[in-house]
Design a protein around this ligand. Structure first.
Ligand code: SAM
Ligand code: SF4
Ligand code: F3S
Length: 472
């Protein structure tokens, strides 16, 4: 694992292709035809961050971004493979684009992301989806201009799954969805090989961006008025392990927090085997770091954690949680659980319920185990029947709901700082936002507050939201 062949490249290598595509698009524009691009995203925050880079490159090429596929001259789908459902959905949506291509033969369709990073899926698309023009794995994202230029200029289909490419590309343009909340990927890939998980196979080995590149990006974001910056990695706690010069994740946070400004830093995800007390101490002394910690447990049973290859046990996990709460009593803690991992007994599942009751999380992200071909767990005996998985899943949700409600009710009467995200989609009469602990807060106010920090006095609380009134 230690000797990866990592290279840092500069995106300027692609500028020649961008220029050539822009010439084609500008010629169309001069003839009165605007070229539109639509980016469709599935999956986690890393994919959202990647999609903002895909959109950034398309804008540099001269495309105008649109929200609807039917209005687009180029569609790029950024896919997820973490669960079977995500993959099926991406395939069926992509399948639906066939008729768009029939109506508009000039339409260019590309599929990227985790689902097509492996050679076999890229081959499947090549043979079974003839209307797809190009495929690019997560490690080939920065080569998009070259790929699109080949499709346009040579009228050729391009298939670029990941291969052994371990490049970290700097300077890729970004078109961010928000003007006040930003994703910043600090590293790519994963070395952990949890036995259920496809991510290491589709995202490749861990590689970190240089600290100075990350700090420059964050400084630029703060200077442009960004208020919430989320540092992303599959396991941020192993950040920088491949550097000869010491800069671990806690050091990186420390250096970022030296940037002056009114902003908060969040990060995800942390692997409990690598989360350190040093990181918790660094958080505790830096007010820029949000009082929120996402620490995926996956199962409360030591036996199952071992089968999952998580490399920690409940005793180590709870020690970390206790230390966190000792140093930051107001911290909000969330986790991920998988229900129905192969061989999960009723006793194992009870241990998960016990962990939920003992640790008392603010929020849970719960997943029904999904078999991923190629992972060790897919070949394990004792796969759990669907009805048992669903029944345990409901019991887990029922165990958490009253706990979340009780914790949230302790906020009544307190004032919290909220980054306003504008009108609530589910409740358009209210504004919505998130407090430091990443809890949803609903309140009355003018939508011009979007993107600003406001103080909200909490007057009511439910399991999934706090309600309040603006103060001052
Ligand atoms: N790297 C992150 C970590 O370790 O916390 C998370 C990555 S994964 C995208 C997010 C969550 O998906 C995991 O924490 C796990 O709970 C869930 N997950 C991963 N593989 C899964 C599978 N095969 N079936 C169900 N859930 C899965
Ligand atoms: Fe998957 Fe485990 Fe890596 Fe997270 S740490 S991405 S769960 S293999
Ligand atoms: Fe994320 Fe899905 Fe890939 S969860 S890392 S987009 S497999």
């Amino acid at each position: 694992m230690s000797s990866i062949n990592l290279t840092h490249t500069d995106f300027s290598q692609q500028s020649g292709y961008i220029k050539k595509i822009r010439e084609i698009i500008n010629a169309d524009l001069a003839a009165g035809k605007r070229r539109n691009a639509c980016v469709v995203t599935y999956g986690c925050q890393q994919n959202e961050a990647d999609s903002e880079r895909i959109a950034g490159m398309l804008c540099e090429m001269g495309y105008t971004l649109v929200k609807t596929e039917a209005d687009a001259d180029i569609i790029v789908v950024n896919t997820c493979a973490v669960r079977d459902h995500a993959e099926k959905r991406a395939l069926s949506i992509t399948g639906g684009y066939k008729h768009l291509k029939e109506n508009n033969p000039d339409l260019i369709i590309g599929v990227g992301g985790c689902m097509v990073s492996k050679e076999d899926m890229s081959e499947k698309i090549k043979h079974s989806y003839p209307y797809i023009d190009f495929v690019f794995g997560t490690g080939k994202l920065h080569s998009l201009p070259q790929i699109i230029h080949t499709v346009m200029d040579k009228d050729r289909r391009v298939f670029a799954p990941n291969g052994d490419d371990l490049t970290v590309a700097e300077g890729v343009p970004v078109s961010r969805e928000s003007s006040y909340r930003a994703w910043v990927s600090i590293m790519y890939g994963c070395n952990n090989f949890c036995t259920y998980c496809i991510v290491p196979y589709v995202r490749g080995r861990e590689r970190s961006r240089r600290p100075e590149d990350i700090i420059d990006e964050v400084r630029g974001l703060v200077a442009s008025g960004y208020k919430e910056i989320t540092l992303l990695g599959q396991n941020v706690n192993s950040y920088g392990k491949e550097f000869r010069e010491e800069c671990d994740f806690a050091d990186l946070i420390e250096r970022i927090c030296e940037i002056d400004g009114d902003y908060i830093i969040r990060f995800m995800s942390s692997h409990p085997k690598d989360a350190t007390k040093k990181l918790i101490d660094t958080m505790a002394k830096n007010k820029h770091v949000a009082r929120q910690f996402h620490l995926p447990l996956q199962s409360g049973s030591d036996a199952l954690l071992k089968k999952m290859n998580r490399r920690y046990d409940m005793a180590q996990y709870t020690e970390l949680i206790d230390y966190m709460r000792e140093k930051m009593p107001d911290i909000a803690i969330s986790t991920d659980f998988i229900v129905g991992f192969p061989g999960e007994t009723e006793e194992d599942f009870s241990a998960t319920l016990d962990a939920v009751k003992k640790i008392r999380y603010d929020m849970l992200f719960t997943f029904i185990y999904s078999k991923r071909t190629g992972t060790p767990a897919a070949a394990m005996e004792d796969q759990i029947p669907d009805d048992i998985k669903s029944e345990r899943f409901s019991r887990l949700l029922s165990a958490q709901e009253p706990i979340a409600e009780e914790i949230n009710k302790t906020y009544i009467g307190k004032t919290v700082r909220v980054l306003c995200e504008g009108e609530s989609k589910n409740n358009p009469d209210k504004l919505t936002g998130r407090n430091d602990g990443n809890k949803i807060v609903l309140f009355d106010g003018d939508k011009s507050l979007e993107g600003k920090f406001v103080n909200v006095k909490i007057t009511d609380a439910a399991a999934f939201a706090l309600y309040g009134e603006i103060e001052g």
